[in-house]
Ligand binder design. Structure first.
Ligand code: ARG
Length: 461
């Protein structure tokens, strides 16, 4: 490279090693479309302000449109030894339209241009991630519907705690994913401000109508302060936080299904298509895709942490350190895209094993229901807890469970146990005893499922 956007200031060409170290084109080429879209709008704004004449504006428009077409038609063409995507587009434009192209950068800085491009990029890419979240939610909802009123134990401290319906459990992941969906909407809105007009740091000398320009590019507002705009990457951090937290949720979902499909739990069966074998142990059916989702969460958290560290000590105004914003953003986006795809594929193919799940939900974890039975017959809860605690201790020592007790045995523990106790103390009765809308009562779960479906159809409108 002999010629750069800034060569005029220098006697000597840059040292190749130093120049190569500073290039961002190999990765910011992803912003190609956004860079051209921003330049098209900037040229219009310059023309509207009387800074470009009609002929130059038309030449720039034609040149940029041809560049956009060429890049869309052949993405591999958007490459080479330019410093960054902005330099590439400008060089191509000048090659096509000469001096008119040299007028495009009037009143504009790459500092605001890179911010603009990233904002436009996130604005168009975030909805695709939200659609992927919706697909995973729909897949979990389908499984919840298939599970009907089948039961499984819910765990606290990784010990069997209380029976829940499997549908209720599946919808617990939906609840977290819906918060993620909202978080992405917030991240998108934060990015949705026009930085143009900020110049390099102090604003621009040309009377460009920034309100009009914002509207033309679909932004909801213009940034408040040009100095802040040149160094602000908060919108990238917010995006990376949304990615990292979604990945944390996917990682926990993955961990759950690694456990729940194991021989030890076996409430679900992993499809052959979702597993790999072992080169040595013929019996193995490994949940590799889920393990990779769990592993990749670390990478997404790293992207967030890395950018926070990059910006924490920066003096106000643009600094080249900010070029380090793009790779974590792109890598996080790629990571969450493949992870959502893999998680959705695995969940879609899970088979429920309701007998195994019910067995695990039918043991001593019904103890609270036994205590509640006594409370309903007038015993104070503390006393009921004491009685049932004694029963549990005894049953554990004998390797038995509540279902094994005869009525006479029940009544040895407390005379208020009646003949109805066998029917009352079951996983099915336990879930039916719940009263609140967020509970595992099958009717509450049906309502939650219907509400999820309504949300999904509202999303696709
Ligand atoms: N490649 C640069 C970046 O990603 C673009 C902005 C360059 N600005 C500058 N003053 N060198 O941040």
């Amino acid at each position: 490279m002999s010629q750069h956007l800034w060569s005029g200031r220098f006697d000597d060409a840059p040292d190749p090693a130093a120049f190569d170290f500073g290039v961002s084109f190999p990765f910011d080429r992803r912003l190609f479309e956004d860079d051209v879209a921003g330049s098209l709008a900037w040229a219009e704004a310059l023309a509207a302000a009387g800074i470009l004449d009609a002929a130059d504006a038309a030449a720039i428009r034609q040149g940029l449109t041809a560049i956009l077409d060429a890049g869309r038609h052949n993405p591999a063409w958007v490459s080479g030894d330019d410093e960054d995507v902005h330099s590439f587009v400008e060089r191509e434009l000048v090659a096509r339209v000469g001096d008119a192209g040299r007028r495009l950068h009037t009143g504009r800085s790459r500092n605001e241009q890179v911010s603009l491009d990233l904002r436009l990029y996130l604005r168009r890419r975030i909805p695709l991630l939200q659609q992927q979240i919706e697909r995973l939610v729909a897949t979990l909802a389908d499984q919840a519907e298939r599970a009907e009123v089948a039961v499984m134990p819910a765990y606290t401290h990784m010990r069997r705690a209380m029976p829940v319906t499997i549908a209720h459990y599946l919808l617990s992941h939906v609840a977290a994913l819906r918060r993620d969906h909202t978080r992405f909407a917030v991240a998108r809105e934060e990015a949705n401000a026009l930085p143009l007009g900020s110049g390099a740091v102090a604003g621009t000398n040309y009377a460009v109508d920034t309100g009009q320009l914002a509207a033309r590019l679909g932004f909801t507002r213009v940034v408040a302060n040009s100095i802040d705009a040149s160094s602000d990457r908060d919108f990238c951090v917010t995006f990376l936080h949304a990615v990292a937290l979604t990945m944390v949720h996917l990682s926990r979902l993955a961990e759950d299904f690694i456990l729940l499909t194991s021989d030890e739990f076996g409430f679900f069966e992993l499809a052959d298509q979702s597993a790999t074998g072992s080169s040595m142990m013929p019996q193995k059916k490994n949940p590799d895709p889920l393990e990779l989702v769990r592993g990749k969460a670390g990478r997404a958290i790293g992207a967030l942490t890395g950018l926070l560290v990059t910006i924490k000590g920066l003096p106000t105004g643009y600094n080249k350190d900010l070029q380090e914003d793009k790779e974590p953003v792109f890598d996080a986006e790629d990571t969450i895209t493949v992870s959502l795809g893999a998680a959705t594929a695995v969940v879609a193919r899970l088979t429920l094993r309701p007998e195994r799940a019910r067995l695990a939900a039918s043991g001593l974890l019904l103890a609270t229901d036994v205590a509640d039975y006594l409370v309903a017959r007038g015993l104070p809860f503390r006393q009921a807890h004491e009685v049932v605690g004694g029963m549990v201790r005894h049953l554990v020592s004998e390797g038995r469970s509540f279902v094994d007790l005869s009525l006479a045995e029940w009544q040895q523990w407390d005379p208020s146990f009646g003949a109805d106790v066998t029917a009352a103390i079951s996983a099915e009765s336990s879930v039916r005893a719940r009263r609140t809308p967020q509970s595992t009562h099958p009717e509450a779960v049906s309502a939650a499922l219907a509400e999820t479906r309504a949300w999904l159809s509202a999303c696709s409108q």
